[in-house]
Design a binder for this molecule. Structure first.
Ligand SMILES: C[S@@+](CC[C@H](N)C(=O)[O-])C[C@H]1O[C@@H](n2cnc3c(N)ncnc32)[C@H](O)[C@@H]1O
Length: 328
């Protein structure tokens, strides 16, 4: 069952597991570390040196989305389901004092741990750019088009209204912004009896989507350039394998000026002889005209060093000042 209607109905109509169940599960997990929730997430130790032990002990993620996204100085990052704050604290260092980091979580006890430890993180960094807000991911308390990067670490699977979250991510992202989500993905659809198991839902198992369902939600909400990385096998439950994945997607506005879209060039720099990127073949050392959206994707950390982008507008700065110069 791969179609969008079936995957949405599954999550919105059936609510045997509720948001209250998830909240009560994580209220306890904030106070007493839960072994069963601790995926073998591999953070680079240099990313953690400014973060107190109390936060690391209740790190319940299944990936390392901030390190993979490598946000730039000055950017605004928002972490969905921020828990004890680990990914917000990592992001705070990347974006520096001119950037800003929001952590959104519904669970009071998680926010308490995050806020109490933020003081120490701020002291260690020497600046304060972190803000934790209480809220639901299905109704994010943030303005439209105000965020450069949305991350999430093992959270989307917990929602019973996943479509609403993707809609909200699209709303709050700036044009050309992106999401980078680490989550648990099941190899096949989770059967209904397993979906009704509150404990397994809380443990990030029974609310997991298949990869196809996840991509359907992203595509249905206009995300482009989806980039998928299968990280590791997390658990096998009831004969079904559950994997950790990291998935990236971009928000692009539809460009009104058609001449704007074909004015950039990419040269593939290796290591292979040929690669296919977004359906286009690139040969080593051969320059190809691409659109600006593709250039943005190629310039992201995920493809670092693989493509050399040449932008005639930048090479001829006098022309680049004019919106219509690429057509002349
Ligand atoms: C598995 S923990 C992950 C926490 C954190 N990302 C980490 O890596 O440690 C899930 C977190 O998401 C929060 N959460 C789950 N569903 C939510 C929702 N619908 N709205 C807001 N927060 C939610 C929980 O309160 C919990 O703190």
């Amino acid at each position: 069952m791969n179609d969008m209607a079936s995957c949405c109905d599954k999550n919105s109509d059936k609510e045997d597991v509720s948001r209250d169940d998830v909240q009560s599960f994580y209220s306890k997990a904030a106070v007493t570390a839960q072994e069963s929730l601790c995926c073998p997430t591999q953070y680079d130790s240099s990313e953690l040196s400014h973060i107190p032990k109390e936060v690391l002990e209740i790190s319940y993620g299944c990936g390392s989305p901030i390190g993979k996204a490598a946000p730039q100085e000055g950017q605004t990052v928002l972490d969905l389901g921020s828990g004890g704050g680990i990914d917000c604290f990592i992001a705070a260092k990347y974006v520096g004092k001119t950037g800003h980091v929001y952590g959104i979580d519904m669970t009071e006890e998680m926010l308490n741990v995050a806020r109490q430890n933020a003081d120490q993180v701020v002291k260690n960094l020497g600046y304060n750019n972190i803000e934790f807000k209480q809220g639901f991911l299905e109704n994010i308390p943030i303005e439209d088009m105000s965020v450069d990067l949305v991350t999430s670490n093992c959270v989307i699977n917990l929602s019973t209204k996943k479509g609403d979250i993707f809609k909200e991510i699209h709303r709050i992202l700036k044009n050309e912004g992106r999401f980078l989500i680490a989550d648990i993905i099941s190899e096949v659809e989770v059967p209904e009896e397993m979906r009704n198991n509150k404990e397994l839902w809380g443990e990030c198992i029974s609310g997991a989507l298949t990869l196809q369902e996840f991509l359907n939600y992203a595509r249905d909400n206009q995300f482009k350039g989806l980039h998928i990385q299968k990280d590791y096998l997390w658990k096998e439950v009831g004969g079904i394998k559950f994997y950790s994945y990291t998935i990236e997607g971009y928000k692009f506005s539809s460009r009104e000026n058609p001449c704007d879209s074909n004015s950039v060039f990419a040269t593939y720099a290796g290591p292979f002889d040929t690669v296919i990127f977004q359906g286009t073949k690139f040969q080593l050392g051969v320059t190809v005209e691409i659109d600006r959206n593709t250039a943005i994707m190629m310039s992201s950390h995920s493809y670092s060093g693989q493509f050399i982008i040449t932008d005639p507008k930048i090479e001829k700065p006098t022309e680049s000042n004019s919106e219509t110069s690429c057509c002349s």
